[in-house]
Structures are given as C-alpha cells and as structure tokens.
Write a protein that binds this ligand. Structure first.
Ligand code: SF4
Length: 477
C-alpha cells in the first residue's frame, strides 16, 4: 500500500519510469522528514489535488512535480552539507535573478533555494497541512496574526526541517517582517542562522517613477552587489557580472513566456484554465530552484500548447463571456477560493503579483547587470511608492479583458491599509471595479471557506448581473 500510493503520487506528477526508483525512495524519506503521513499522501492524491487542480492538463501535472522535486532537494540539505556544498537560502518576496546568479556561479558546489516558500506552498496548496508548522504551540501564534510564511520558516528551522544554511539573504526591499524573522531565529540561538539583511529606504515621493531615479537605481544596484560580495566571502564563490547576465537572460525568457500564458488564459473566450493553475506557474518562477529550470521550461511549453489547443477548440472552464476576476494575491495557497468563485459562475484569472506590465519589457537605461536588476525591481508595482504602484497596476490591467479585480487576503499584513487606499486609486485610473475580500492567502485558519462563502456569493451575483447586461448591450450593438 505504502509503495503504491507514494509511487502513484509521483506518477501523477509526471516523474518518469527511469527516475522512479531513486525518486520514490527520496520522496518517501522527504515526506517522512516534513511530517506527511501515508494518509496525507492518499488524501492529497485522491481528494485535495483533483478537487483544486486541473490535472487533466499534463503541463499542470508537470508543474506540480517541480514543486515536489524542489521539496525533495530541500530535504537533502543535510547530505549536501556533509559533501561540503555551500547552502544559500532566499526569502520571498525577492528577486530570483540575484539568487540564480549565485547558482550560475557556484554550479554544483552550491545549493540555492527558498525552502520556507516551497515547503509552505506544497503543504498548504497540495496537502492542506500548513498547520503542521503553524499550530497554537508554535512561534508567532495565531493571535499575533503574523505572516504564515515567516511562521513556517521559524518553526521549520527550529525542528531542522529547514537545515541551517551558510547564509540566508534576507531581502527587506519589500517585506520588513522577513528580516526580523531571521534575526529572531538567530537570537534564539538554537542553531547557526547567519542572515544577510539588505533594505532600501521607502523615501521616494508619491507618484515618482522610481526606476527612472538614477540615484535610487544606483543605490539598489550597490545593495545587490554588496549582498553577492558578502555571500562570496562566506562561500568562496565569486559571483561575476557574467553570472548576473546569465540570470537576466533566463529571467527575460521566462517573463515573456509567462506573460504570454497570462494573456492567453485571461483574454480567451471561454477561459481555458483557472486562476489556481495560472498561479502555479508564475509562483514557482518567482524563486530560485536548486533543481534547475529544465523541467519548468518543459512544463511551461507544454501548458502553452495545451492552452492554445483548448482555445482552438473553444473549451473552457465556464461558458463564453462569463465574468472574470484578476487577483491581487496568489490564489494557489487557498485553492478553494478559486473553485468557490467558479461554482458561482466567476473565473479567477491572472495574479498581478506574478504578472507584467508593458514597462517590464521596455529597454533598460543601463548596461551594467546590477543596474538592470535594480531597474527591474523598481518597475514592479509592489516595490515602489503608492502613487507609482497605482499607475503600474492600472497599466497592467489595461492589457487584460477582465470584469474586476479581487483584493484582500492580507489581513495579517501591514499592506492591509495600503491596499484599501491603493485600490481606490487603481479603480479610478483603470475604470475596473475592485472587490475586497478579507482573508489570509497563506493560511486560511481564521478565514475558513464557510466564513467567506456568503461574501463570494454576493460578489458573484453582482458580477453576473452586470456581465449579463453588458453582454446584452454588446448583442444589440
Ligand atoms: S506576506 Fe507580507 S509578511 Fe509575509 S513574506 Fe510576504 S511581504 Fe512578508
């Protein structure tokens, strides 16, 4: 029985016959290591995953498999340490480019991954088991309403599910709680936890285009370089401009493909695939993968073909011209949200956290790879001041044929207030109505499906009525 269910799980995730003997052994060890039982695997395979993920699409199955492959890698860190490999972690949100450059430089000598992000996503999105590391008796209790990603990091590291690294590069350009979490882990003193904090003052003017502020770009580029130099001192691995360039080329290739996928799915009638599946691809591309990107690229190419095929055959998840909502969160960790909307005749589409605006594909003002990376970061809506954020968001929404945007799901975060403020501005600039649904996109413990159902039904009712009128008006034109 044990053999069967673990193997069936990997087969569903498109592991090949050739890799099965080794992968099966590693997967069983990894599952035990993180606390997943045989019943958990069976529940995920037979109930949770088929309910929330469209595994009739091979690209989706392949992509689910990449999360599992990276998770297995993470559980091999103790072994890699014995082999004297250097271990570098990243935290999210950050820029995978800089972490991939470390991997390009160190190759097999270095392990680079975002362990908390992968583990929390797999446990939450595929197993409904994030509670293993976010229980009442854990650090950062529910009552304090901390981010479940940071909670998972601290609690997993204290029981060695996440092994201590040579260094964790703690990006504070975006998330302030992330660095504090790493400092706390270090202060607890139960393990070696060397963290490299970097940050950027949020002192720009309202509405200022930060990517065009040469001094700011230069300052940020210097911070990125300093991070690499620090990692170089710790690991002995020299990260050169050419490694950054390799990482930038890779970033550009995947950005274009992901942008194509977002637009194909969102703008097609009927919509060929759901918001959960779309987020699956953008999310894993936002972090560095120690397993590399070969499998990811195959999964991405596969899903692009499958989506085109569905569009050609006019196959969709809902009838043509049903209402669509973009997301200002990544829906995959609370996958029931997407399916509850679907049940009510609304499809979730692209997530603005892992999408692109025209600005992202414009030529850069610099040739230096660190300056380019800094400019990429400052073109991101969530990295900049609120006025610029609203403009970038409105420009992004302009490229999507949607009926509204869904906000909320940051009830635990300092962003809560800014979102309520910014969505009003984006609504005015874009003309697209925004809906606010309070929740927690990492951990649904305080916002269960039964609590959110009524609100989802009323948003859906409103959207369906408005869309029906719009469709009628279009017919009579
Ligand atoms: S959800 Fe908020 S607190 Fe959590 S990692 Fe992201 S930015 Fe940081």
């Amino acid at each position: 029985m044990r053999e069967d269910i673990y193997q069936k799980f990997l087969e569903t995730m498109e592991f090949s016959v050739e890799e099965m003997p080794t992968a099966l052994e590693e997967w069983k060890r990894a599952a035990d290591n993180i606390g997943l039982t045989e019943q958990d695997i069976s529940f995920a395979l037979n109930e949770w995953i088929p309910t929330y993920w469209d595994i009739s699409l091979r690209g989706v199955r392949m992509c689910l498999g990449i999360y599992i492959r990276e998770l297995i890698e993470i559980t091999k860190v103790a072994l890699y340490k014995e082999e004297n490999k250097k271990i570098i972690y990243g935290i999210s949100p950050s820029q995978a480019i800089c972490f991939n450059a470390i991997k390009f430089a160190g190759k097999e000598e270095v392990f680079v991954s975002y362990p908390d992000f992968v583990l929390a996503t797999v446990l939450g999105a595929f197993f409904d088991k994030l509670s293993l590391y976010c229980g009442d008796d854990s650090y950062f209790s529910d009552r304090c309403r901390h981010c479940a990603l940071n909670r998972a990091r601290i609690n997993m590291s204290l029981v060695n599910v996440i092994e201590s690294p040579d260094a964790i590069w703690s990006w504070g350009f975006y998330c302030d709680e992330g660095r504090k979490t790493d400092e706390l882990i270090e202060c607890l003193g139960e393990m070696q936890w060397k963290f490299i904090p970097t940050s950027l003052p949020h002192d720009s003017l309202f509405g200022e285009k930060e990517d065009k502020d040469g001094e700011r770009v230069k300052y940020l580029a210097a911070q990125l370089k300093a991070g690499h130099e620090e990692i170089g001192k710790i690991t002995g691995i020299e990260i050169k401009n050419k490694h950054m360039l390799d990482a930038l080329v890779q970033h550009s290739k995947f950005s274009k493909k992901l942008d194509m996928l977002n637009k194909l799915v969102t703008n097609a009638e009927p919509q060929p695939m759901g918001g959960n599946e779309l987020a699956l691809f953008g999310t894993i591309a936002s972090i560095a993968l120690n397993v590399g990107y070969g499998q990811f690229e195959s999964a991405l190419d596969c899903i692009l073909e499958e989506v085109k095929e569905r569009i050609e055959k006019e196959e969709g998840i809902l009838p043509k011209y049903s209402p669509k909502l973009g997301c200002h969160f990544t829906p995959l960790n609370v996958p029931w949200v997407d399916r509850m909307f679907l049940k009510n005749g609304i499809s979730l589409t692209f997530s603005s956290h892992i999408s692109f605006s025209k600005k992202d594909f414009m030529p850069f003002d610099y040739g230096d790879p660190y300056m380019i990376a800094a400019q990429i970061w400052l073109r991101n809506a969530n990295s900049v001041n609120l006025g610029a954020h609203a403009q970038i968001m409105a420009d992004m929404l302009d490229e999507y044929d949607i009926d509204g945007m869904l906000y909320g799901f940051f009830s635990f975060d300092r962003w809560l207030g800014t979102h309520q403020f910014s969505l009003k501005m984006i609504e005015e600039k874009s003309g697209i109505q925004h809906f606010y649904l309070e929740g927690d996109y990492w951990n649904d413990r305080n916002y269960r499906p039964e609590d959110r159902e009524g609100r989802i039904e009323s948003i859906a009712y409103f959207l369906r009525t408005r869309k029906m009128l719009k469709n009628k008006m279009n017919q009579t034109k």
